[in-house]
Design a protein around this ligand. Structure first.
Ligand code: PGA
Length: 249
């Protein structure tokens, strides 16, 4: 059975102190849902959070480099994250693809580097507005994932979660309809069956992201192929995040 996951992506928000305060409000929580609870924080806050986080809360980076070490100014490696007890990172977020030139080629190297070190990723994919308007959304997402997951072994796929995040829905207040999100997540699952096998397709956690809020999460989570949510804006306030964790389908 694949696990559900609710992940808050804070992006470039919260000082270390603010991050600590947020986490202290979440500790000892017993959400109604048995989903994994993941906080994706800026690098500087990761050690402070990882030191004190207790299950079900898990701490996640927002990016990681593919090289183990070397001349990559400004970057952080898998090994460095593991040293501070962070075992997961988002990769390929559309903001990183768009503003920091993160390519599918680099993402493929990141996936390979991560799984080699038993490090988990939340691999993001998603189409832009003009691509959806032209009816190319399935092809765009498929092309991204084929490139990002090239040469990854089926037995390593337990370390890969996929987040479908249509670019036009991120931070815009425009959520994809639950049906459109479901259709894409189902398409992704079928692609995983083709690229790997039925077990990988069945067991991979696929998240939807893009203007998920307490009042629309239940509808999304009710969809068969949506196993979780990657949430930006609505994850910044503890009360709002707690409501997301208590969604009722
Ligand atoms: P949003 O961001 O929930 O603010 O739309 C989602 C994301 O970028 O992961």
């Amino acid at each position: 059975m694949r696990r559900k996951m609710i992940a808050g992506n804070w992006k470039m928000n919260k000082t270390i102190q603010e991050a600590r305060d947020f986490l202290s409000k979440l500790q000892h929580l017993e959400p109604k849902q048995r989903a994994r609870v993941v906080l994706c924080a800026p690098y500087l806050s990761l050690p402070a959070l990882a030191d004190v986080a207790i299950p079900p809360v898990e701490i996640c980076a927002q990016n990681v480099h593919f090289a183990p070490s070397g001349a990559y100014t400004g970057e952080v490696s898998v090994e460095m994250l593991k040293e501070i007890d962070v075992h997961m990172s988002i990769i390929g977020h559309s903001e990183r693809r768009e503003y920091f030139n993160e390519t599918d080629e680099a993402l493929n190297k990141k996936v390979q580097a991560a799984v080699k070190e038993e490090f988990e990723v939340i691999l993001c994919c998603g189409e832009k507005l003009e691509e959806r308007e032209a009816g190319n959304q399935f092809q765009v997402v498929e092309d991204q994932l084929r490139a990002d997951l090239a040469d990854v072994k089926p037995e390593d796929m337990y370390l890969v979660n996929i987040a479908y995040e249509p670019v036009w829905a991120i931070g815009t207040g425009k959520t994809a309809s639950a049906q459109d999100a479901q259709d894409m997540c189902q398409h992704i699952r079928r692609l995983l069956a083709e690229l790997f096998n039925e077990t990988v397709a069945d067991e991979t956690t696929i998240l939807y992201g893009g203007s998920v809020k307490p009042d629309n999460i239940a509808e999304l989570m009710a969809m068969e192929d949506i196993d979780g949510a990657l949430v930006g804006g609505a994850s910044l306030e503890p009360m709002s995040f707690l409501k997301l964790l208590d969604y009722e389908v």
